[in-house]
Design a protein around this ligand. Structure first.
Ligand SMILES: *Cc1c(COP(=O)(O)O)cnc(C)c1O
Length: 362
């Protein structure tokens, strides 16, 4: 197997990174005349470039060595950084499995990196399954939908393979044994994006960082932790990869207010767990209500805080809801997603508004 180091962009390997003033002395009790800050004010100091206090707290929460953690300005920044440290423009390739999160492709395009798409197998929207859902009066739940195309993936090469688990927008998880079989044969880096992992019963792949040196895991404070506005992403990987990311990230990529907000969110975990329970109950309630609506054809089983469904006319539904100031995500134009929409689970009041609008629409 290739070591992660051998996969770095060759031209970056010998580069020594910019060391910010705040990285050289890490104590707090000195007179700081090293960074041209204004001595007055409340947010006058640069933040800790390595967010060490926050990394320690995350390490404790997840039983992980803080040296295997990099924090980013949202996962979006980590995705872009990963593409840049591993992929040579106009030479290397990334692989992902649509329909999935859009940022993998954006990061590739921005960096002139080729993309190879290995679509998920949508058994749920096959003609046979559709027939089934129409003939039974309720929308059907198809457990086998949106599985990875393992055979194709095992023959595909590239610098980075991005897998999203649970997947956005389809909401399903992949069999962990399948993920392991891919980790074992893929010649490059395998990134598992676990943005929604807290919402599902399946375990994170964090314990497998030891076993698979080519594994990188992304999580975020944007969903379960309720801090999308603060922009804090987490990247977990072996130390060599974390060192490389540190060397090329913007020095102060996670601001002081956001580091503080994330620390506080971790302290309020009991509250987050209560909110999660409520969200999952709400998801079930919406699902039951939506199933009764003849306009809804298929509701794909969700392991996250949203539902992905196929309706009779996604454009019409989207427009109707938007006219009534309820915004959902329309995937109708995406390949393999004919008439599919994604609906986030909101607060009980927001969900009631959605459901009552839907009662007047068919
Ligand atoms: C929401 C989401 C993220 C989080 O992105 P942030 O930049 O951390 O807000 C990452 N991956 C997926 C698949 C997501 O849906």
């Amino acid at each position: 197997m290739n070591t992660p180091q051998s996969l770095f962009r060759p031209d970056l390997q010998s580069f020594s990174a910019y060391a910010s003033a705040r990285e050289e002395y890490t104590g707090k009790d000195a007179i700081f005349l090293d960074a041209n800050e204004n001595p007055f004010g409340k947010q006058n100091r640069y933040p800790d470039p390595l967010a060490t206090e926050l990394r320690l707290a995350i390490g404790k929460e997840k039983s992980l060595d803080p040296e295997k953690i990099l924090l980013s300005n949202g996962s979006d920044e980590a995705i872009d950084l990963l593409v840049r440290i591993f992929c040579e423009p106009n030479k290397d390739t990334i692989v992902f499995c649509p329909p999935t999160f859009g940022m993998y492709k954006v990061a590739a395009k921005m960096n002139q990196v080729e993309v190879v798409e290995v679509p998920l197998k949508n058994n749920g929207a096959s003609p046979a399954a559709k027939q089934l859902s129409i003939s039974s009066s309720e929308a059907c739940l198809t457990e086998k939908s949106w599985e990875l195309d393992v055979n194709t993936l095992q023959q595909t090469t590239g610098k980075i393979l991005f897998l999203c688990n649970p997947n956005n927008p389809t909401g399903n998880t992949q069999d962990p044994e399948v993920l392991k079989s891919i980790l074992e044969v893929f010649p490059g880096i395998v990134v598992i994006d676990e943005a929604y992992i807290e919402f599902c019963a399946e375990e994170s792949f964090l314990p497998f960082l030891e076993r698979y040196p080519n594994l990188i895991i992304l999580q975020t404070f944007s969903k379960y932790w309720g801090l999308a506005g603060a922009r804090v992403g987490m990247c977990f990987a072996n130390k060599k990869i974390i060192q490389m990311l540190r060397a090329f990230k913007a020095p102060y990529n996670v601001n002081a207010l956001s580091q503080q907000a994330a620390l506080q969110a971790l302290e309020e975990k009991n509250q987050r767990e209560k909110e999660k329970k409520q969200l999952l109950q709400e998801r079930e309630r919406i699902e039951i209500e939506l199933k009764k609506n003849p306009f809804v054809q298929t509701i794909f089983p969700s392991k996250a805080n949203f539902l992905f469904l196929q309706v009779k006319d996604a454009d019409a539904l989207y427009a109707y809801l938007k006219d009534n100031k309820v915004i959902i995500r329309n995937f109708h134009k995406k390949s393999g997603c004919d008439n599919c929409v994604r609906i986030s689970v909101g607060s009980p009041g927001e969900n009631n508004a959605l459901l009552s609008l839907l009662q007047n629409f068919s």
